[in-house]
Design a protein around this ligand. Sequence first.
Ligand SMILES: Nc1nc2c(ncn2[C@@H]2O[C@H](COP(=O)(O)OP(=O)(O)OP(=O)(O)O)[C@@H](O)[C@H]2O)c(=O)[nH]1
Ligand SMILES: [Zn+2]
Length: 303
Amino acid sequence: MTAKFATLDLGLVVRGHGRHYIIEDSEGRRRVCHPRGKKSDCVVGDMVRWAEVSSDEGVVEAVEPRRNLLFRQDEWKTKSFAANLDQLLVLVAVEPVFSESQLTRALIAAESAGIAATIALNKTDLPGAATQRARLQPYRDMGIEVLEVALKADPLASRALLAPWLEGKRSFVLGPSGTGKSTLINLLIPNAAAQVGDISVALNSGRHTTTTTQWYWMDERRQTALIDSPGFQEFGLKQIEPMQLPLLMPDLKKHADHCRFYNCTHMHEPGCGVRDAVDAGLISPSRYRIYGEILQELSSKRW
Ligand SMILES: Nc1nc2c(ncn2[C@@H]2O[C@H](COP(=O)(O)OP(=O)(O)OP(=O)(O)O)[C@@H](O)[C@H]2O)c(=O)[nH]1
Ligand SMILES: [Zn+2]
């Protein structure tokens, strides 16, 4: 950031909307801001230096350095989720049955960005709960916390479990459609509709869309935030070097330095600590399979 903007007010990007952003100032007032020039490279969670253009409009002059950035990347483009996060909540459910590949990808992206992640399993009131709980055991074993909730069936207990975990932090929620993200937001954010509504008015859009990342404050003091993101299909991890991949998977990493070859890919080499651990039942077969799939993706040439 250039020093000449240092005297400008600091604002928080609470929503991005194409070519304009909603910036919240230190008093909590929100206004529409446009980026200066052609580049629009701030994301939700960014702190920006902004200047007033009119009473309810501003211009973003500079983006402050980021503490972290959660993003995914496919062959062609990078898609940012949000910046400056304290933690990630990956929300999965008993139904629809969650994709372990998507779960693993989210955890790898978080690990790579240096963001702590926790899993929440929703709809534990349903009969399939035991099966899905068992699928999450390898994640518990590698030290990831799994919070079991029933956001709709038992909102009080769910809130009692989640609220302390969220307290004072900026948490990003990722989860496939139908998992219960709207239920989560409505349970934890009493005035959620109003927070989105204010923005829609500011944008003149009139629509309460969930097609864009949305920042919610849980408390009036604006210390605890939940950031909700729209659903998506593919979770590309092209930002990761193939050799880095096992180091971002704690269960594989644990055995990766027992390999005969320092540059072992853990796919076919003799004397591989990772494959030995799979054979010994210390690494779950599904995790190892997903590793192989992602590795192949990352190793494929870009033409
Ligand atoms: N059985 C059960 N169903 C739940 C629970 N929590 C949410 N649901 C149901 O799951 C469905 C999806 O919940 P939503 O909160 O709309 O899910 P969402 O993730 O916002 O889904 P999209 O709007 O598609 O993104 C709804 O029919 C909820 O009633 C729960 O604890 N138990
Ligand atoms: Zn190996």
